[in-house]
Design a protein around this ligand. Structure first.
Ligand code: ADP
Ligand code: MG
Length: 701
């Protein structure tokens, strides 16, 4: 059956090849359906009229009735404009046109009553409206004009070709006429009835041309619900399928390796959160089900240890494990930490990164295949085809969001029977996002820091207070503390960033000259060995200050470093700031995080800095981040694409609808795991359609 909604957009009346090209390029609108699902970003109440006296330039828009008393042209060349005085009984404002002057002059008459609509501004102390919508009073009345006017995002290019919001609205009007009666329902009728949803047809009509605010709310709800519901249904369905297809390796016993480590090597007591999570992992891996678990916990809460102990359980049951980290520095650090913790235990552990030598690789691969190698730590190099395990039982992935979902999937394929997967992330993810991105994973949380940690004290200094900063740093160094100073690194302006870092370095060395002080530098342009050397000096306490770009961002653990200075902190995102702050506060001493910024801060930047100063709670920070940036910008969501591709639901605001949709989806899968019931057939076909259209969905499975 051919679907009218898939019709090329150029065949919509009012479009044609040229406009179609623009719509495709600028808004990715290729067919009728794309336009139908191109939703307004706001609605304006067109029943409200202002008098001119009430108007000021801060109003978002105004609608006024009145008459034009006269025209004049002003300015030359590019500044040439037509200006009209527009009057009602209470005052006069100016209407201004830069384009289409001739047409306005010919079609708009002085003395006649018009309705003017637009955004008020101010020029030469007079209120004006530039390029207003203007319509004769009587034609306005005769139009079937919705009381709520929808507004659509466009682009400058589109506007230049007269495809502004109003024009898009007109196209939608044409479209809805052309496809009348042909919009097929996408939800089962029993759900529509039970949940009191609008039909799809009514929802789409009212989202574009709302009859009143109440029905608009219902239309929004229906469309948001549907969008979130299908994502959740997809997740639950896949989880069900997986649990049927795959059985997990069974780690039935806790044996020698675990017990020896626990009783003889563990240098401290586990926190109760760590114990709880270990129990959760044991339940999964011992039950014959396949574990797919996300472990969330703030930086420094001790996730690595939990990972190690899980790997030991695997080993006790005859399985190999691997642990994958996003950077070489971090992989090395994990390798050293684990090696040190295991001490003299008879466990063979190795490191594999991009720079592992060929000769070493050979040995390593052999041992891996024979099963004599127990634990392999590494970077992305672990996913490569050539890396073959004897019997991989558990994969630990550290700092999840550096790994795409697709990479996770690759690991699956390493064995006939997929290994258990434990994904660890130190950037807490707001609940709504976790439900959407990782809705197919079980979630464990470590919500407790090891005892004796003092919360990091965070302060905000303007650049002008630099002298005070230096004084403070000197005092800390005198107390035997080490200091990080971090510079932002943003790809587009890489050169400038290195200049910042170099200038910063010179400044610091001037303030902290040798031989009294020693300074290390680490940045992305250095060779791996150079970085290592520099890091090692700092780790050993031979340098006082480490100047770095964000390469040190994740995971590095140096307990003696207790001060984190972040330069140009306004240029960092919240989760990055939080990550960086997590580098300090690992030892017993009071730690500090100092955010340096310029005086001029945008609203968002100020809010980020304030949030950092106010709280150390990663979840709270993640919520603020989600609200400030929207899910599309949050780290990790790009790879997944799901949160990004939402057309109407907003994970920052629609948490309740999401939970509701998730519960409904879960119910349905519980009652009808294969979606075989006739009533649910529509769900199956809709899921298939969405999977086909959305590459990101399919890569999860
Ligand atoms: P994460 O990876 O969660 O950021 P780590 O696993 O690197 O945290 O742990 C941070 C530090 O805390 C490490 O030095 C680790 O040895 C230590 N640590 C972990 N668990 C405990 C505990 N229960 N008690 C005391 N210290 C701990
Ligand atoms: Mg870590």
């Amino acid at each position: 059956m051919s679907d009218i909604l898939k019709t090329d957009i150029q065949y919509l009346s009012g479009v044609g090849p040229k406009r179609a090209d623009l719509l495709r390029k600028e808004l990715q609108i290729k067919c009728f359906e794309d336009l139908l699902y191109y939703f307004p970003y706001k609605y304006v109440d067109r029943t409200k009229f202002y008098t001119i006296r009430e108007i000021n330039s801060t109003l978002p828009y105004i609608q006024i009735k009145g008459r034009i008393t006269g025209f004049k042209t002003a300015g030359y060349k590019r500044n040439k404009r037509l200006v009209a005085d527009f009057t009602d009984d209470t005052g006069t404002i100016e209407l201004v046109w830069f384009r289409g002057i001739q047409w306005i002059k010919e079609s708009i008459k002085t003395g006649k009553e018009y309705v003017v609509f637009g955004k008020p501004g101010i020029f030469n102390n007079r209120i004006n409206v530039i390029h207003p919508e203007i319509e004769a009073q009587e034609t306005l009345k005769s139009k079937i004009n919705a009381p709520l006017q929808s507004f659509y995002n466009t682009s400058e290019t589109l506007k230049r070709s007269y495809l502004n919001s109003k024009a898009i609205q007109k196209l939608l009007n044409n479209l809805l006429q052309q496809i009348e009666g042909k919009i097929r329902e996408t939800m089962p009728s029993y759900m529509i009835k039970e949940l009191k949803l609008l039909s799809l047809n009514e929802a789409l009509l009212n989202i574009h041309f709302p009859k009143n605010p109440t029905i608009l709310k219902k239309a929004e709800f229906r469309l948001k619900f549907e969008e979130l519901f299908y994502i959740q249904l997809n997740l639950f369905k896949q989880k069900k399928t997986r649990s049927k297809e795959f059985t997990g390796h069974i780690f039935s016993t806790v044996g020698n390796n675990f017990n020896t480590f626990y009783h003889k090597h563990l240098p401290f007591k586990l926190t109760s959160a760590q114990k709880r999570v270990l129990k959760e992992i044991r339940q999964d891996t011992g039950s014959g089900k396949h574990m797919n678990r996300l472990l969330q916990g703030d930086v420094g809460c001790g996730k690595t240890l939990v990972a190690l102990m899980s790997m030991l359980i695997g080993l006790d049951n005859g399985f190999q494990s691997c642990m994958m980290a996003p950077t070489e520095i971090l992989a090395k650090q994990h390798f050293h930490t684990l090696t040190k913790m295991l001490g003299n235990m008879d466990i063979r552990i190795a490191l594999l990164t991009g720079s592992t030598k060929q000769s070493e690789r050979k040995v390593l691969f052999k041992e891996l295949k024979e099963g004599t190698l127990n634990i392999l730590v590494g970077t992305h190099a672990l996913i490569e085809e050539v890396v073959k395990f004897h019997n991989l039982g558990l994969v630990v992935i550290d700092e999840q969001h550096r790994f795409g979902v697709a990479q996770r999937a690759k690991l699956w394929k390493k064995n006939k029977q997929p290994p258990h997967i434990l994904v660890m992330t130190a950037t807490p993810i707001p609940r709504t996002l976790a439900m959407t991105l990782y809705g197919d994973l079980e979630i464990s949380v470590i919500d407790e820091l090891p005892p004796g940690r003092k919360p990091v004290i965070t302060a905000h200094y303007y650049d002008s207070k630099r002298l005070r900063l230096f004084g403070f740093l000197r005092k800390q160094i005198k107390k035997g503390q080490q200091i990080y100073i971090v510079y932002p690194l943003i790809q587009e302006s890489e050169k400038m960033d290195y200049k910042d870092l170099e200038d910063g370095y010179e400044g610091i060395v001037r303030e902290f000259p040798p031989p009294e002080y020693a300074v290390s530098v680490v940045h992305g342009r250095m060779k791996s060995e150079e970085k290592d050397i520099s890091m090692r000096y700092f780790v050993k306490g031979q340098t006082h200050i480490m100047i770095a770009t964000t390469v040190i961002e994740i995971g590095v653990d140096i307990p003696n470093a207790s001060v984190m200075v972040i330069e140009s902190a306004e240029r960092f995102g919240l989760s990055q700031l939080h990550q960086l702050r997590g580098r300090v506060g690992r030892g017993a001493d009071q730690s500090y995080c100092i955010l340096m910024t310029s005086m001029k801060l945008t609203y968002e930047a100020r809010k980020r800095i304030e949030t950092m100063v106010e709280t150390n709670d990663g979840f709270e920070i993640a919520e603020v981040d989600l609200k400030l940036r929207g899910p599309g910008d949050l780290e990790g969501t790009q790879q997944s694409g799901i949160a990004f591709s939402l057309k109407i639901a907003n994970l920052g605001k629609d948490g309740q609808i999401l939970q509701y949709a998730r519960d409904r989806a879960e119910e349905i899968i519980e009652n009808d795991p294969d979606l075989n019931k006739p009533d649910n057939l529509i769900l199956v076909s809709q899921l298939q359609k969405l999977r086909k259209e959305n590459i990101d969905w399919s890569s999860i499975s």
